[in-house]
Design a protein. Sequence first.
Length: 81
Amino acid sequence: MAALATLEFTWVFNDYLWAIILLQNDELKPVTAGLATLRGQFNTDWPVITAGALIATLPTLIVFIFLQRYFIPGLTLGSGK
């Protein structure tokens, strides 16, 4: 269950396409959609985008750290004979 919770959290947290299509308010969009708006047509500020991407990975990393003892056994549970 912990492995499923970690993967589901990651999938929902990074739901980029769904947010771009349906959400009109910028305050409700996830971090990944906000990072996409930082890229301009002629100028891209890569240090800001990289810093934002690193900050965006922190919640997923924190969830993984707290559930890591269940993650690998949960993924390999059905693989044995």
